[in-house]
Design a protein around this ligand. Structure first.
Ligand SMILES: Cc1cc2nc3c(=O)[nH]c(=O)nc-3n(C[C@H](O)[C@H](O)[C@H](O)COP(=O)(O)OP(=O)(O)OC[C@H]3O[C@@H](n4cnc5c(N)ncnc54)[C@H](O)[C@@H]3O)c2cc1C
Length: 314
């Protein structure tokens, strides 16, 4: 049962932050409510005030974002819904994979009201967006009565359900740096019910200029991130693989991803899970990983590369 609360509907970020500062622990920002209202209904969270951020104009916009030396960027306001991301022509043009991942978040009911900002601010380790956005060098913009600040997404998400956001700060937007046209990218998730339980994002940059003879056969570097296996999504150190014989490129990338998943999982489990349970989990994970590698990740990466240039990946 939902306990009574007051819904505040400020029109500006300043007003919303002032409310959060004044109401303190009794209040929280409220966007789509898909996580917040659930916790309140289960009585896991007791709040007497919700501060709706959906009327703040800039929070609901998708725009080109500030230009970076690396080229055009993309800014998505915190109150933009997954559905709007999926349908945005700008997202489709600049980051088509982001649009296609948005299409597979949760179910249509959640996508219609759930927001990008709510997803990132909630910091669920099972967030598709946080994992994918790490490979897009995402940074988040936070606003508060003290002004605005920008943080790399990797520094913003600190742990499971924990971020660097102060109590009176709001997440205003996230800015992505789209990959260049010489990149093939894939996102693969393995889900139980509607939530992802293991996710891999991979963007592979190819050598040479478009259209050049046999260009694209070499993968010059790979940006990889994995989600759901640790307390936060993890961006792996960029892998430079141009030196490997051509036929091994894809196999190397896939091998590297799975080696890192196991590393992250082992590191995490060391700290929090009893040894007996850990062994069982590892056995389970091993079966899952083999299945995931064979059936999902390797084919998805191969498809991404083939669609990109029609190249042979060996
Ligand atoms: C059934 C189900 C399936 C799901 N499946 C997936 C999935 O497959 N992949 C995936 O990535 N996610 C999934 N999710 C999570 C979903 O993406 C989030 O529920 C949604 O995006 C959260 O956004 P919201 O607007 O509803 O947040 P709310 O519930 O309104 O808020 C969530 C949290 O963020 C805070 N918050 C919200 N906006 C701001 C802001 N602007 N600034 C600061 N703090 C803010 C709130 O105070 C709260 O703590 C699933 C959720 C459900 C319920």
């Amino acid at each position: 049962m939902l306990r009574p609360f007051t819904l505040h509907r400020p029109e500006t970020a300043e007003e919303a932050c002032a409310l959060l500062a004044e109401l303190g622990e009794d209040a929280a920002a409220y966007a789509g409510g898909t996580e917040l209202l659930l916790l309140m209904k289960l009585d896991l969270l007791r709040l007497r005030h919700l501060v709706d951020v959906k009327r703040i104009p800039r929070f609901g916009e998708i725009g080109p974002g500030p230009r970076a030396t690396s080229g055009a960027r993309l800014t998505i306001g915190a109150a933009v819904t997954h559905r709007a991301v999926e349908r945005s022509p700008l997202v489709g043009a600049r980051c088509p994979l982001v649009a296609s991942v948005a299409r597979h978040v949760a179910n249509v009911r959640v996508r219609n009201v759930g927001t990008v900002g709510g997803n990132l601010a909630f910091a669920d380790p099972h967030s598709d967006l946080a994992t994918l956005f790490l490979t897009l060098d995402a940074s988040v913009e936070l606003v508060s009565p003290r002004g605005r600040r920008e943080l790399p997404l990797g520094d913003f998400v600190r742990g499971p359900w924990e971020t660097a956001r102060a109590a009176d700060e709001l997440l205003a937007s996230v800015t992505l740096t789209p990959w260049g046209g010489d990149t093939a990218a894939a996102y693969v998730k393995f889900g139980v019910y509607e939530r992802p339980t293991l996710a891999v994002a991979a963007a592979l940059r190819l050598d040479g200029t478009a259209g050049a003879q046999r260009s694209g056969d070499r993968i010059v570097d790979a940006r990889l991130a994995i989600g759901c296996v640790g307390p936060t999504p993890v961006r792996l150190a960029d892998v430079v693989i141009g030196v490997l014989p051509q036929k091994q490129h894809l196999h190397f990338v896939v091998w590297r991803i799975f080696q890192s998943i196991e590393d992250v999982f082992l590191r995490w489990e060391d700290g929090v899970i009893a040894p007996l349970l850990r062994d069982e989990l590892l056995q389970l994970l091993e079966v899952r990983l083999v299945e995931l590698r064979r059936q999902h990740v390797a084919p998805a990466l191969r498809d991404a590369l083939q669609v990109h240039r029609g190249i042979s990946t060996g």
